[in-house]
Design a protein around this ligand. Structure first.
Ligand code: NIG
Ligand code: FE
Length: 420
């Protein structure tokens, strides 16, 4: 099947070198006015100025989709999320508003462990259905690929249940899900004080089972004070590499742990959060294949200082942006909100932010050769927004539409059907 998208008032292809965009490359993309995209069998055949694309003989028999003068760009590749859970954490939310810290709430049985209780009690079908519904929300905001972590099971069968739910949901949604095994997310309640025993289970019981069913592409570790240390993470990465899983890490979020240096040392696909990265460490990302994945929605939600994004880019790092969608630190699935925070608080330019949320997100998932930009042979994952200029995406914020709006007793706006 051939499709020709025409009348893209502005087209951002994000075409460029086949490696993560680092430093100034993050702002090298050139918006194309009056662009077109030719698609064949789900892959991009050509993308660029209309007259160039129309010169392709294959364009003649293609089904035409008129973008109506709107903005078209690669679908967002959201490279960090925890989207499998049973319930939101509204209690934690209120406790934080009243002054308790994330760490304090976690230490008293709230936080991650409260989500663990919910996930352990839920069936696989329930978790998969919840994820399928959330996937539609991501798609509605222009995200076409989403990383999805386990980490709320914290024992073999519950971790496997989460990963199987991700696989089940992936078969039921067009959103592409890339699974990550995050067994080392927290110490389960029943093993309090027995971290080494839990890590043994992660490495010797869970990882081999995850690999045997090919349930995850990545392993991740929450490397932070009160959770797991650098040597713990190194051990998990070693076991993961034996099992064929690549590494990601939650690094320098709540404390300075040395996790970022470990990520670089192990050539992890990404080091994520990096809120407390030191000035000297900024430059160490330059020239490395490890993407610095920033998730400023969590800083916004927790009221914590933002990561040194400007310093990272200026020092030559490849920066990605992700939602970190999860019930505890960032209940936001809308990448446009993350773009807004990135521009207004992290001082990324709109072009840097969009590059970070598309092609660099793809590289953070090891998918840079097939996803994240509109170039011949790559997956035709596109998002079209009612905008004339790409800068409108981070400029307008909080634009989530209401399910319906009533004025003087009349429905004056409705998204889909009113039933349900
Ligand atoms: O990325 N830092 C650890 N993991 C998540 C939070 C998970 C949770 O609170 O449920 C994060 O912020
Ligand atoms: Fe996270």
């Amino acid at each position: 099947m051939r499709r020709l998208v025409v009348n893209c008032g502005q087209l951002l292809t994000m075409a460029g070198p086949a490696k993560p965009r680092a430093g100034a490359q993050l702002r090298a993309a050139q918006p194309v006015p009056d662009g077109a995209v030719l698609i064949e069998d789900g892959l991009v055949a050509a993308a660029g100025p209309r007259e160039t694309v129309l010169r392709d003989p294959r364009a003649a028999q293609a089904l035409v989709l008129d973008a109506g003068g709107r903005l078209v760009l690669p679908g967002f590749v959201d490279s960090h999320s925890h989207p499998v859970f049973a319930a939101p954490r509204l209690e934690d939310f209120e406790r934080r508003i009243k002054g308790q810290g994330y760490e304090q709430i976690a230490a008293s049985g709230g936080g991650i462990l409260s989500t663990v209780r919910g996930v352990r009690a839920a069936g696989q079908d329930q978790l998969a259905e919840g994820l399928r519904l959330r996937a539609a929300l991501f798609l509605s905001c222009g995200t076409t690929t989403l990383e999805a972590k386990s980490g709320y099971g914290l024992e073999r069968d519950s971790e496997l249940k989460m990963l199987r739910a991700i696989r089940q949901a992936a078969a039921a949604t067009p959103l592409e899900l890339v699974a990550t095994f995050l067994g080392a997310h927290a110490l389960p309640e029943e093993l309090r004080g027995r971290k080494q025993e839990y890590l043994r289970r992660v490495c010797e019981e869970m990882l081999p089972a995850v690999a045997a069913e090919e349930l995850a592409r990545f392993v991740d570790v929450f490397c932070d004070e009160g959770f797991f240390g650098v040597e713990d993470a190194r051990g998990v990465f070693l076991a993961a590499s034996r099992a064929g899983l690549a590494a990601k890490i939650h690094a320098e979020q709540l404390s300075r742990s040395g996790a970022a240096a470990l990520a670089l040392d192990c050539a992890a696909a990404s080091a994520d959060h990096l809120d407390l990265l030191s000035g000297e460490e900024l430059g160490s990302f330059a020239g490395s294949t490890t993407v610095a994945c920033l998730v400023p929605g969590s800083n916004y939600f927790l009221g914590k200082p933002y990561p040194p994004a400007r310093g990272l880019i200026d020092a030559g790092a490849a920066v990605a942006l992700a939602t970190d969608f999860n019930p505890g630190t960032c209940p936001c699935w809308d990448m446009r909100m993350i773009l807004s925070i990135a521009c207004t608080q992290l001082r990324l330019t709109p072009l840097e932010a969009l590059t970070a949320a598309t092609i660099n997100g793809a590289w953070a998932l090891g998918l840079g050769k097939t996803h994240g930009s509109l170039e011949p042979g790559k997956q035709a994952d596109l998002a079209c927004f009612d905008a004339e200029d790409y800068r409108e995406l981070p400029y307008y914020f909080g634009s989530r539409p209401a399910a319906w709006t009533m004025k003087k007793g009349e429905i004056v706006h409705a998204l889909g059907s009113l039933a349900g």
